[in-house]
Write a protein that binds this ligand. Structure first.
Ligand SMILES: NC(=O)c1ccc[n+]([C@@H]2O[C@H](COP(=O)([O-])OP(=O)(O)OC[C@H]3O[C@@H](n4cnc5c(N)ncnc54)[C@H](OP(=O)(O)O)[C@@H]3O)[C@@H](O)[C@H]2O)c1
Length: 236
């Protein structure tokens, strides 16, 4: 049976690939974008199952407005992808040169954005719903060896904590939450080096792996929440 899916940050990059993949397998997709791209506009024109709405996850007003459209037409979302995210390349520094105030933007979008979305769509998170936070290995405290990138890493660690608490809260509803590292993805965020590296992954390949985990979530033990797109468990 066709699933009903929501993707944030769907205008480009991994979010666009997640949208395409779910349409390919016959699902109905709500794709939320901050910037409308020609690709997403054309996909919407060509796909009956795709609805697109503007949504800036940094703004409660914008999220509430986007959610109104879904709440009017749906009773349940099967999968919610909190994919929208930001990385500031100028934040790739040690503490001495870190712009702490600029870090607030990353924490607002990457960590609080996912909670804003889930809060606004709360009535649609029902038995069997799955929330997929597109996190990063950068959010792992146990696995961290970095000496820089404070605010991005902190934003993803905070996103992970949000996922864990949400998972605890949703236990009674039999809804689940997972936190996925999508790999080093060949997108604007992955940066120019990602396009040349053999260690990176295309957004379509990463999306296919993530969708495979999401649609087969019953095969993943409930306490396995934080993993890579290939299913490898990551330390919190
Ligand atoms: N690429 C990697 O190597 C990598 C590695 C680990 C984790 N990730 C995570 O994977 C996710 C997708 O990244 P990506 O590689 O696809 O990056 P990307 O190509 O830079 O795309 C980011 C997407 O997020 C959207 N976005 C940013 N701020 C937003 C906001 N306030 N509200 C709504 N949408 C917003 C962007 O919209 P605009 O077009 O309006 O900017 C864009 O659609 C992110 O959460 C990222 O942290 C990526």
């Amino acid at each position: 049976m066709a699933r009903t899916v929501l993707v944030t940050g769907a205008g480009r990059g991994l979010g666009y690939s997640l949208t395409k993949k779910h349409l390919d397998i016959g699902d109905k997709v709500y794709a939320l974008y901050r910037t409308l791209t020609d690709e997403l506009k054309n996909l919407a024109a060509a796909s009956e199952g795709l609805k697109i709405y503007h949504c800036d996850v940094a703004s409660t007003e914008s999220v509430t407005e986007a959610a109104r459209n879904l709440l009017a037409g749906e009773k349940k979302l099967d999968i919610i992808y909190n994919n929208a995210g930001v990385y500031r390349f100028d934040a790739k520094t040690g503490l001495e040169h870190t712009d702490i105030d600029a870090g607030l933007e990353m924490i607002n979008i990457n960590a609080l954005g996912a909670l804003r979305i889930c809060k606004a769509l709360w009535p649609l998170i029902q038995k069997g719903s799955l929330v997929v936070n597109i996190s990063s290995e950068a959010g792992s405290i146990g696995g961290s060896r970095r000496r820089q990138e404070y605010c991005y890493c902190m934003s993803k660690a905070a996103m992970n904590m949000g996922a864990k608490i949400l998972s605890n809260e949703l236990w009674k509803r039999s809804a689940r939450v997972i936190s996925i590292h999508p790999g080093w993805v060949r997108t604007a965020m992955g940066g120019p080096d990602s396009f040349a590296s053999k260690y990176s992954v295309s957004p379509d390949e990463s999306a296919a792996n993530i969708v495979n985990i999401a649609v087969n979530i019953d095969d993943v033990p409930r306490d396995q929440m934080y993993m890579s797109h290939t299913g490898d468990i990551l330390p919190w």
